[in-house]
Design a protein around this ligand. Structure first.
Ligand SMILES: Cc1cc2nc3c(=O)[nH]c(=O)nc-3n(C[C@H](O)[C@H](O)[C@H](O)COP(=O)(O)OP(=O)(O)OC[C@H]3O[C@@H](n4cnc5c(N)ncnc54)[C@H](O)[C@@H]3O)c2cc1C
Length: 666
């Protein structure tokens, strides 16, 4: 039975929103803040329509019909994926030693060659261009497999095809560019993405790398230096973001960033250093210098001045690889923890019988279930609707998945005790099983930093959550606008909120037909999520009224709202997944030719209905506790004192706390 049927749409909650542009008051910002804001606002991907499911959560709109039932891969798609995954898995097991790669800091040539022969560099590239042409879901399954085994190979393949040349080329490339580059990168010519610079981390407005057009306009001359370019030291072709001459927008000069495809063997391109890190020791990550590199105009991606949009759009889907890899890593951690907690006996019992360890294991299992659900649900939307707006869902999956995976690896190390901290090689030398938790911990720490740090993800989600409100009401508070225009906007906004706000207090008895047909426990959690989304919408509205344009500076408050929205998405994904698997037939989940289902590769054991409900129920209860805590903290917190104290620390007023330490090079 497929319980989830489309329900009649609620009225679009913010009428007229599409016509107005966000009118953020920048008059009180510093020049740097204004430039950063204008640049990112200009690059924001705006999608027409009512917004995604996740955006609806912040508006009190809980519309399950936007997600549909939990996706089941078609048997054709699953079998295509299985065929590749089985070859990849066999190769990893038989030919790849991830601990040796970690120790040597190098990926052997034979591994690179075999990966290329398997098609692992062109998983999503259509077969017409020489790739495997697999779906986003199958690509995510490959990332799960790799993430469970070798962080270095995961980063190599992910940087290559999630952010390197293939993804932006598939999204924005001309047919000529695709014909020229896609077959090369699909065959295994490594690619990379170069945005970061010494002074440019999360904020691209301060970019120094620049490209000037030649007098005939046929070329751009590229100069500058890029930092931490993953795959950069091995790449044949990369995407480079550079400043191009400003354009006048509304009478004022506006900075332009353009994305170029650059070949690494062109004159003037030089890798000046290979960077080394705490983990991912075999990452081919480098500093790349460009000195008067002539880039043909036809190598511009999308258009001059659209580089940031290329980068942001690339990351919207590209970002899904990371939570998928986190799922694989977390599953491996669960397997390690389960085994060790069952066999290690201390104080007269297996350590898993002690509640403090048991708590870690149950949280791990529940979080993995939700993490995989969020990732597969979002990946499937990419597969089924090219135009689906998945920006928030992907960002939530990245934010939540990378933070939970870090907790899971950390907990796994705690459960393994001293053995968790010991290297695999040392364990083996003592005659014990070489369990690589120490490597996993080092390799996974970066996940909350790159491809959008957690802090930036929260700001990004908050910006998108606020967008419908900004479109309706921000103009009224914009001191840069004429009074008459502000009053007009205020009147329109007043009218809108007079209808919208009271609706957020109406108790909801009906959520969706889904909740009638769903397992009662799951239906209860979905009703909670629906009601909590109304509370979230009210809380966001109250924060807007209280802080006005200063709300963007309330990062802790916005962070709590984002965390609530993200947990609500996680609850929804977990419940849909559990119900989806129940609907497909408990104890008889459809099997593909290879015996696998729902993202698993090797004939995973079939879960029972009780298992599914128990896992989802525990996850939802835990998420509800976190949500309620965040709601409480919206009302009662020490945010102001917190900020004041930090500023005093930064002004060296507490330097005395740092006495009695040794600092080198200070
Ligand atoms: C191993 C590795 C691989 C990488 N690969 C690539 C690559 O292939 N291509 C590429 O272009 N880049 C790459 N990067 C760069 C990576 O994306 C950046 O490190 C990341 O964007 C953060 O930039 P940053 O380190 O300069 O931190 P900063 O931007 O300086 O930020 C420092 C801290 O401040 C926080 N912060 C910054 N701004 C705000 C704000 N407004 N509000 C709240 N908090 C804020 C950040 O979240 C972070 O915690 C890589 C980095 C590493 C370490």
């Amino acid at each position: 039975m497929n319980a989830l049927k489309p329900m009649p749409k609620e009225p679009t909650p913010l009428p007229g929103a599409e016509e107005t542009t966000p009118c953020i008051d920048t008059s009180k910002m510093s020049a740097g803040q204004r430039a950063a804001l204008e640049l990112t606002e200009a690059a924001r991907e705006t999608v027409a329509g009512r917004g995604s499911f996740a955006q609806g959560l912040f508006l009190g709109r809980f519309d399950l019909s936007e997600l549909g039932p939990f996706p089941e891969q078609t048997s054709e798609d699953r079998d295509q994926g299985d065929a590749f995954l089985q070859r990849l898995e066999k190769f990893l097991r038989e030919k790849v030693d991830p601990d040796e790669i970690d120790r040597a800091g190098e990926i052997p040539n034979e591994v690179m060659e075999k990966l290329a022969a398997l098609g692992a560099f062109g998983i999503k590239i259509p077969s017409g261009y020489g790739g495997l042409g697999l779906s986003q879901t199958n690509y995510c399954r490959a990332a799960m497999l790799l993430g469970s085994y070798c962080g270095n190979l995961t980063a190599l393949l992910s940087a290559h095809q999630s952010i390197g040349v293939p993804q932006p080329l598939l999204l924005f490339g001309t047919e000529e560019q695709k014909q020229k580059y896609l077959p090369r990168v699909a065959r295994g010519e490594i690619s990379a993405f170069a945005l970061t610079e010494p002074g440019v981390g999360s904020d691209p407005a301060t970019m120094q790398t620049h490209a000037e057009p030649t007098p005939d306009g046929d070329y751009f001359v590229l100069n500058g230096e890029k930092l931490w370019c993953t795959n950069g030291t091995q790449a044949g072709v990369i995407v480079v973001m550079a400043k191009t001459p400003p354009k006048r927008v509304g009478g004022k000069p506006r900075n332009q960033i353009t994305a170029f495809i650059v070949e690494m063997n062109w004159r003037g391109v030089e890798v000046t250093r290979r960077c080394r890190f705490m983990g991912l020791r075999a990452l081919y990550n480098g500093v790349i210098r460009f000195s008067n590199v002539r880039v043909p105009r036809e190598n511009i991606l999308l258009a001059e001045g659209k580089g940031l949009r290329v980068a942001l759009s690339t990351l919207n889907t590209g970002r899904l690889t990371l939570p998928a890899a986190c799922v694989g890593l977390s599953k491996r951690c669960l397997a390690i923890s389960r085994k060790w907690a069952g066999e290690r006996v201390q104080w007269g019992a297996p350590i898993g019988k002690h509640a403090a360890v048991a708590d870690k294991i149950s949280r791990m299992a529940a979080n993995i279930f939700a993490m995989e659900a969020m990732t597969l649900l979002t990946a499937s939307r990419v597969d089924h609707d090219k135009h689906a707006d998945i920006r928030l869902e992907a960002a939530m999956a990245k934010l939540w998945g990378s933070e939970r995976a870090w907790e899971i690896v950390n907990d796994t190390m705690q459960i393994r005790g001293g053995r968790g901290y010991e290297t695999a090689a040392s364990l083996q030398a003592r005659g014990e099983e070489p369990v690589p938790v120490e490597r996993f911990l080092r390799d996974s720490r970066i996940n909350t930093i790159f491809e959008g740090s957690s802090e930036i993800m929260r700001l990004f989600i908050a910006r998108e959550a606020l967008d419908p409100h900004l479109k309706v009401a921000a103009g009224a508070l914009n001191s840069q606008w004429p009074l008459a225009q502000r009053l007009k906007v205020a009147a329109k906004a007043g009218l809108f909120y007079a209808g919208w706000y009271p609706r957020q207090f109406l108790p909801r008895f009906y959520v969706s037909r889904f909740t009638f047909d769903a397992h009662p426990t799951l239906a209860r959690h979905l009703r909670y999520a629906s009601n909590a989304s109304q509370r979230l919408a009210r809380a966001l509205f109250h924060a807007m009224v209280r802080f006005g344009p200063k709300l963007e500076r309330q990062q802790l408050l916005l962070g709590r709202l984002v965390d609530i929205g993200t947990e609500l998405f996680a609850i929804t994904a977990a419940c849909l997944r559990a119900q989806g698997e129940i609907d497909r037939g408990v104890g008889g989940v459809k099997e593909s030719k290879t015996g696998s289902h729902s993202g698993a590769v090797n004939g995973a054991p079939i879960p029972s209905k009780e298992n599914l409900v128990e896992l989802a129920d525990f996850f939802c209860r835990s998420a509800q506790l976190r949500i309620e805590e965040s709601f409480r903290a919206l009302r009662r917190n020490a945010d102001r004192q917190n900020y004041r104290l930090a500023q005093e620390v930064l002004k060296n007023q507490f330097e005395w706390l740092e006495s009695g330490i040794v600092e080198k090079n200070s």
